[in-house]
Design a binder for this molecule. Structure first.
Ligand code: ZN
Length: 337
């Protein structure tokens, strides 16, 4: 390291410790989705000392992005991965930044040697696909969701094995419970099942129309960056245990669960258990249907027609999983009210 470089990291080193900073410099993270949240997390982790990045996104910076993104007007028309890579290098020229213009399902090799995946995508279907890629590649991932109109969000860390939930059963449980709160306002499908009204998630699994301000997204993304950084600091004195596997952040007064309303700028920790009947991570003998066998191998390239069919199968599978989890009753929280 040059003198300038040493000087640059002085404040970070004082906070983290020399050994911890050196550990971060060796770490490699993949950020999948470089939108308002993912772009912020990538840049923030670079500014915290993480040394190696794989940025994965298939999108370009649009004029509508620049008021809610780390990139600005100078980047309109450029791939988001290139815009964010340049911002990282402008802070830390020593950072090793690889960019992948595409979807992770088509580039699983980009995840080789990665210590942690940061999931910056908005759509639930994309998160389900990443969940399966991460499980197949034995990767830990930090997910974040921003609620509609930026009223709050949640962050969780998902392990590829062990006793905890995978993203599929985590989301089914949390989303199903939140959906009950908004059931009165939500549309009923033909089957009579309540559609989820949650996050930036439209009926087709894409971003809903009212996402909130950059400051709302960043409050959630900041917690996601912090959780990612903490994971990368394992073994260091500064590493800390969290009280549960999920945090729900409130930007406004937010009813996290029925009867549990948290004030603005506060947080509620929750432990979301594994669903033993989960079609992705559940015990094989308990699985009514295997999502993997239904959907095929995710990392195989398929044409768009097959992709469409697979999405339909997934949505049907999700509906079935939801019906299963609804019989499990309310989730417990760590606060009695
Ligand atoms: Zn699961």
């Amino acid at each position: 390291m040059t003198t300038n470089n040493t000087q640059k990291w002085d404040r970070i080193e004082r906070y983290l410790g020399e050994d911890a900073l050196a550990q971060l410099a060796r770490k490699k993270i993949a950020v999948i989705g470089l939108g308002s949240g993912g772009g912020f997390v990538a840049l923030t982790l670079a500014m915290s000392g993480v040394g190696h990045f794989v940025l994965i996104d298939d999108d370009t910076v649009e004029i509508t992005n620049v008021v809610r993104h780390v990139a600005d007007l100078r980047d309109v028309g450029r791939p988001k991965v290139e815009a964010v890579a340049e911002l990282i290098r402008a802070r830390n020229p020593n950072a090793d930044v690889q960019t992948v213009l595409g979807r992770v399902e088509n580039h699983p090799e980009a995840l080789q040697g990665v210590d942690l995946v940061v999931v910056g995508v908005d759509g639930e279907l994309a998160k389900y696909a990443i969940n399966e890629v991460c499980r197949a590649n034995h990767l830990v991932a930090v997910y974040a969701g921003v609620y509609e109109r930026g009223e709050g969000g949640d962050v969780t860390i998902i392990y590829p094995s062990g006793d905890g939930p995978c993203y599929a059963c985590w989301a089914q449980q949390l989303r199903a419970d939140v959906a009950q709160l908004t059931a009165d306002e939500s549309a009923e499908t033909d089957s009579g099942e309540t559609e989820l009204d949650y996050g930036m998630i439209g009926e087709d699994g894409t971003i809903a129309a009212e996402p909130g301000l950059y400051l709302h997204v960043v409050r959630v993304a900041s917690a996601q960056a912090d959780m990612a950084l903490n994971f990368l600091l394992q073994g260091q004195p500064i590493y800390r245990q969290y009280p549960a596997n999920t945090v729900v952040l409130a930007n406004v007064a937010l009813e996290v669960f029925e009867g549990v309303t948290v004030p603005p700028y506060s947080a509620q920790w929750l432990n979301i258990p594994r669903d033993p009947h989960c079609m992705v991570c559940g015990m094989p003998e308990l699985r009514a249907l295997s999502l993997e066998s239904l959907a095929g191998d995710l990392i195989t390239e398929l044409d768009s027609e097959a992709d469409e069919q697979r999405e339909i199968i997934r949505m049907e599978a999700r509906a079935q999983a939801k019906r299963q989890t609804q019989s499990m009753g309310k989730l417990g929280t760590d606060t009695e009210e």
